[in-house]
Write a protein that binds this ligand. Structure first.
Ligand code: GDP
Length: 326
């Protein structure tokens, strides 16, 4: 792709052309070295027009009801006049080959609406690679006029942190607890949440769900107070019947308005952008360091020496960095 192709593509994306948007994302996700320069150029064209959406992260264990919730929320938002993009951060897709959004039966109605754009996680990527591409894709969908971006992730350790670092608000979906162990407390996931939703509060699970809500509300009182003064709400909902979708979105809007009013949304995004820049630098430097012939020639030997405690990791790291700088 030439520079002028990339510029034309950017123009079509900005005009709201969905096929162009899909092609732009394919370019962004491409791992071919020759696609990097046009992808960068494309992003440069799009970035000034990005940022006008509300970015919401949605996480929870498989089966908690994320896609059911997104189907319900997405359709409601579109009926309200929004354009909704759904992106996935799913490092497990690299392993399984599938993707959390790859399954066609998920979000069946939403996926057919023209005001929705659903993009699965790029396959065959590590979490770092997925995160980078999802961030860039987010900018592209914003530039194309999508004003709500929902970033879905499966609750598998690091991915929640990653998603909370690229969104304005982080929603954690939980199941009505069977046991006395509160999910996600130990792993620190609950601390990332700006809103906790106990899903499946219907039928037999309605009462356990209310109990879970009470338990989590109690637990949240023991958490450190947040600097922005937000008291993390804990609510029961049923994504299946969708009755509480409107209330849930009201909370999201309330949060965004409160933070926006204090300039905190812009500040958080600015910090996220800086962190993103540094993580790009870290990744890029390590890649380049490893590719340096002097380093490549010495790496195996030094790794072995570190493994056998013959030298300290710090000394080995210093030596490799010296070789790289030279
Ligand atoms: P995900 O893996 O988190 O995306 O979960 P899904 O949205 O695919 O839902 C997993 C299963 O739970 C499906 O069979 C859904 O129909 C069901 N489910 C989702 N939300 C609810 C709910 O609010 N109530 C009930 N009873 N079932 C639900």
């Amino acid at each position: 792709m030439t520079d002028s192709d990339a510029q034309l593509l950017a123009k079509d994306v900005l005009g709201g052309d969905r096929r162009a948007l899909a092609r732009a994302i394919t370019l962004i996700e491409s791992r071919r070295p020759q696609d990097r320069a046009p992808a960068r150029l494309l992003l440069e064209e799009l970035v000034p027009h990005a940022g006008k959406s509300i970015r919401v992260g949605i996480s929870g264990v498989p089966g908690v009801g994320k896609s059911t919730f997104i189907e319900s929320l997405g359709n409601y938002l579109i009926d309200e006049g929004h354009k909704v993009a759904v992106l996935a951060v799913d490092p497990t897709s690299a392993v399984s080959g599938g993707s959390i959004l790859g399954d066609k039966t998920r979000m069946e109605y939403l996926s057919r609406r023209t005001e929705a754009f659903i993009r699965p996680s790029p396959a065959g990527e590590t979490l770092g690679g997925v995160a980078r591409r999802t961030r860039e894709t987010m900018l592209a969908v914003e530039a194309a006029g999508f004003d709500v971006v929902l970033v879905e992730t499966v609750g598998v350790g690091q991915s929640e942190t990653t998603v909370s670092r690229m969104t304005d608000m982080f929603l954690l979906l939980l199941l009505p607890a069977g046991g006395d162990e509160l999910q996600g407390i130990k792993r620190g996931i609950v601390e990332l949440a700006d809103l906790i939703l106990v899903n499946k509060a219907d039928g037999n699970l309605a009462i356990p769900a209310e109990q879970s809500v009470a338990d989590y509300r109690k637990a949240m009182m023991f958490m450190a107070h947040r600097a922005d003064g937000w008291q993390v709400p804990v609510e029961a909902m049923s994504a299946l019947n969708g009755e509480r979708t409107v209330e849930v979105w009201k909370i999201v809007e309330e949060y965004q308005a409160m933070r926006g009013g204090k300039g905190l949304v812009a500040r958080k995004r600015a910090e996220q952008a800086i962190n993103w820049m540094w993580s790009e630098i870290r990744n890029g430097l390590v890649e380049r360091l490893r590719a340096t012939p002097d380093v490549a020639a010495r790496v195996a030997e030094l790794e072995q020496a570190v493994r056998e405690s013959k030298i300290s990791p710090t000394t080995a790291a210093d030596e490799l960095m010296e070789l790289f700088i030279k």
